[in-house]
Design a protein around this ligand. Structure first.
Ligand SMILES: [Zn+2]
Length: 358
């Protein structure tokens, strides 16, 4: 920015010298005096315009660059612990899909970031824009605090995410800055365009994070992370395949406690809510009632996952323990990025060695 300012200073003095020359020429002709007086009033305008555009240009450049660095100040030290980043399209997706496993990693001292690629600013039936974006960022931050992880919400409009080169660079930089070992995202087949494009953008970054001269201002990763998808119910072009299934029984209550902060989405129904919907939920004054309602809802959701992926649970936990698992979160390996061996996957998901009582 300083370099640009001194550059604009040189342009400015050159412009002023030129204008002074023109004015001196005009002064020699008395018949043009009126023109000169008028012109003199505006002689600084070109200089001011150049200075203004230079400053604005520098600020825009800085803000675009800084966008990737949002949350970078909270990058944890290189302490040998695992580093995981979970991308969701909106400030609730990563929390829903991987909140349990995130808490499990965090309990073991590993570093987890939940990153929402859009700001969620149309994700409500009654409010929108900046105030909703701020509300949802605060909700995500509250969830992260309870889970013991880091949260980041990118300032991209909800419903408007596109798989552009600019966004590919942004996602690449965020994965690099976190020095991720594990990256989780939506699959690129999903009902919501933002979900699909998060899947595409993360796929597009899966190789580029290791390429030294792609975004060379952010050091590339020496080791390609393992990329995985969070679970979904979509069948085409192929149903979700559970390559890793984790019991979240031991952190289920914590996940419920954390999700309780997603008020705008859970108790008000987000974009699909309505006054009628809100009337079916225990009121805000009844916190225990709300939490019980939430717990039942998520018990159903997670126990469906456990039943659906029981075979994979048996692979990881053995038959006896797998049958006792009530709540599970599941992930599918992406073909891009590092291809881990079965042993490596168990190092990245270090939850299977010890008995895991539901
Ligand atoms: Zn979403």
């Amino acid at each position: 920015m300083w370099h640009n300012s001194s550059h604009s200073g040189r342009i400015l003095s050159a412009v002023e010298r030129t204008i002074d020359g023109v004015i001196r020429f005009l002064h020699r002709n008395r018949s043009l005096e009126r023109t000169i007086m008028t012109y003199e009033h505006f002689r600084f305008l070109p200089g001011i315009a150049i200075l203004f555009s230079t400053i604005m240009g520098s600020l825009l450049y800085e803000s675009t660059n800084l966008r990737a660095a949002e949350g970078a100040s909270s990058v944890p030290p290189d302490d040998g612990k695992l580093r995981i980043i979970v991308f969701g399209a909106h400030p609730d997706d990563a929390e829903y899909k991987a909140g349990g496993v995130a808490a499990k990693w965090a309990k073991l001292g590993h570093h987890v970031k939940l990153c929402s690629v859009t700001n969620g600013d149309i994700g409500h039936w009654q409010m929108a824009g900046g105030p909703l974006a701020q509300r949802r960022a605060a909700e995500s931050a509250a969830v992260a605090k309870k889970l013991g992880v880091t949260s980041q919400v990118l300032d991209i409009h909800d419903g408007e995410l596109e798989p552009t080169l600019e966004n590919r660079r942004l996602i690449t930089k965020i994965i690099r800055e976190w020095k991720a070992d594990v990256v989780i995202s939506h699959r690129p087949w999903d009902y919501h365009p933002d979900h699909r494009y998060v899947g595409i953008l993360v796929q597009d970054a899966a190789f580029m994070v290791t390429v030294p001269f792609f975004c060379p201002d952010t050091p590339h990763l020496q080791k390609n992370p393992v990329f995985l998808y969070s679970s979904d119910m979509f069948q085409k072009p192929y149903p979700f395949k559970a390559d890793v299934v984790v019991s979240v029984d031991d952190v289920f209550d914590l996940k419920i406690e954390a999700l309780h902060s997603l008020e705008s989405q859970i108790y008000e129904g987000g974009a699909s809510g309505s006054e009628e919907y809100v009337r079916t939920i225990p009121p805000a004054s009844d916190v225990p009632g709300r939490k019980a309602w939430l717990k039942q809802r998520w018990h159903e959701r997670h126990s469906r996952e456990a039943d659906r992926f029981r075979d994979a649970l048996i692979e990881y936990y053995g038959e006896e323990r797998a049958k006792a698992v009530t709540h599970a979160e599941a992930f599918e390996l992406c073909e891009y990025g590092r291809k881990p061996t079965a042993a490596e996957l168990r190092q990245l998901f270090p939850f299977f060695e010890k008995p895991n009582q539901p």
